[in-house]
Design a protein around this ligand. Structure first.
Ligand code: SR1
Ligand code: MG
Length: 415
């Protein structure tokens, strides 16, 4: 049976013989199927049977957001599956359990997360999730450290790099949409009316265009670790207690700072969107402060866990213990850790800056801003995010962790 895109009607007949499903949720005759995908790429079904529910995610042979004029390989489901397996091993319990993978049908059957909600929707509503930042700092440190040459030997690392190298079609999307399209009049770009006066000076800023291309260079050339590749607040499902990281179909070997910076940028997109939501829901000063605290906490937890892993699990081909602790130079290992973390932070801020730009000027926008219905209220929020992104990307080499909160508050007040 060749690939066929599923529909709620066809799904029970096509998957009803799978023990992985019937054993978990009951016979197909009793299934209710709803297609709930609201992302840019795929079909997502919730399949509910008499004994429970599962999620079936299936890749389409094109980009859902654009249509069949933009084909996209089905093998992204293969990379998502393999990334989920690695993430589950590297940070247990932080990604949904996979029950079944069908490479030909490009589909993954996984745990139905309930009562979880997409983090981005909580940020729009002004809802706090007290454990999210700690969970994400830990996830970032564990997935990135354990997927790198700090923890892996050369053979295993190179074999994994070779496997994920073939995910180049998804990398190509990132290379164009994130690092290049925002900085010229690309065909699929769009922006809110009112922003025109900000865009020309932004694109004329040579230091920014160089910074964006330096970050593209880093994304392409720094194959440091297995990155999730699309870690934004739509890729997290949360409750008051739990955080689940989903959708790693963009997984590829890339810089340590990539996931960190992209995720931190999305916290800032939430921050700058808050004034646009105030008309509907009242003052959001407290929530803005919460988001800045989340920003700092993600980094602090990441750096602390990365340091812990550096001291306890550094068994790979990089920064061998024989050259430091075993040679009586424990302080040397600590000095190297400080330098590595500084490099990750600097890269992260570069990626953070360009992500702020592409979510406002490029093809793929975010609900934080799009949910502000009135363009006259939306564009000032977006203009502030653009300016913060510019400063962060261009100034990243001199930017301390503690500088960011004051920087964004200053932009929020003055732009
Ligand atoms: C055409 S795909 C646009 C965006 O959606 C995905 O979630 C990634 O963020 C990608 O850049
Ligand atoms: Mg996604």
């Amino acid at each position: 049976m060749g690939y066929a895109a599923l529909t709620p009607d066809s799904l029970p007949a096509r998957l009803g013989g799978l023990e992985a499903l019937t054993g978990r949720i009951g016979p197909a005759a009793g299934w209710k199927v709803a297609e709930v995908g609201d992302g840019n790429l795929n079909l997502v079904f919730i399949v509910t049977g008499e004994a429970g529910a599962v999620v079936v995610k299936q890749a389409l042979p094109y980009i859902r957001l654009v249509g069949d004029s933009w084909p996209l390989p089905l093998n992204r489901a293969f990379f998502e599956y393999h990334a989920l397996v690695r993430h589950a091993a590297r940070d247990a319990g932080r990604v949904p359990e996979v029950f079944h993978f069908d490479e030909e049908q490009a589909l993954i059957v996984m745990r139905y997360l309930s009562p979880h909600v997409i983090l981005r929707k909580s940020v729009v509503r002004g809802v706090q999730h007290g454990h999210m930042a700690r969970h994400m700092g830990l996830f970032l440190a564990r997935s990135l450290f354990r997927g790198s040459g700090l923890a892996m030997g050369g053979k295993a690392l190179r074999e994994d790099m070779a496997l994920f190298c073939a995910n180049h079609a998804l990398a190509d999307i990132t290379e164009n949409l994130v690092f290049s399209d925002p900085y010229f009049d690309a065909r699929l770009n769009r922006h809110t009316a009112g922003l025109d006066g900000f865009i020309a000076p932004l694109r004329a800023d040579r230091a920014l265009r160089i910074a964006a291309q330096e970050m593209k260079h880093a994304f392409v050339a720094k194959a440091e670790t297995l990155v999730h590749g699309d870690l934004h607040s739509g890729s997290l499902m949360v409750t008051a207690e739990d955080t689940q990281v989903i959708d790693p179909e963009f997984a590829i070997y890339g810089p340590f700072g990539f996931d960190v910076g992209m995720f931190l940028a999305n916290i800032l997109l939430g921050y700058f969107s808050q004034s646009g939501h105030e008309a509907a829901s009242g003052a959001r000063d407290g929530y803005r402060a919460y988001l800045l605290a989340q920003f700092s906490e993600v980094w602090a937890e990441f750096a602390a866990e990365f340091g812990r892993l550096w001291r306890s699990e550094r068994t790979g081909l990089l920064y061998e213990r024989s050259l430091f602790q075993d040679a009586g130079d424990a302080a040397g290992a600590e000095a190297a850790l400080v330098a590595v973390l500084r490099g990750i932070w600097t890269d992260a801020m570069g990626f953070c800056g360009v992500e702020l730009h592409r979510r406002i000027l490029g093809l793929a926008h975010v609900e934080d801003m799009e949910a502000i219905a009135d363009p006259a209220r939306r564009w000032p929020c977006e203009a502030r995010a653009l300016e913060a992104g510019r400063i962060i990307a261009v100034m990243r080499h001199g930017l301390a962790v503690g500088d960011v909160a004051a920087l964004v508050q200053d932009v929020e007040r003055s732009v």
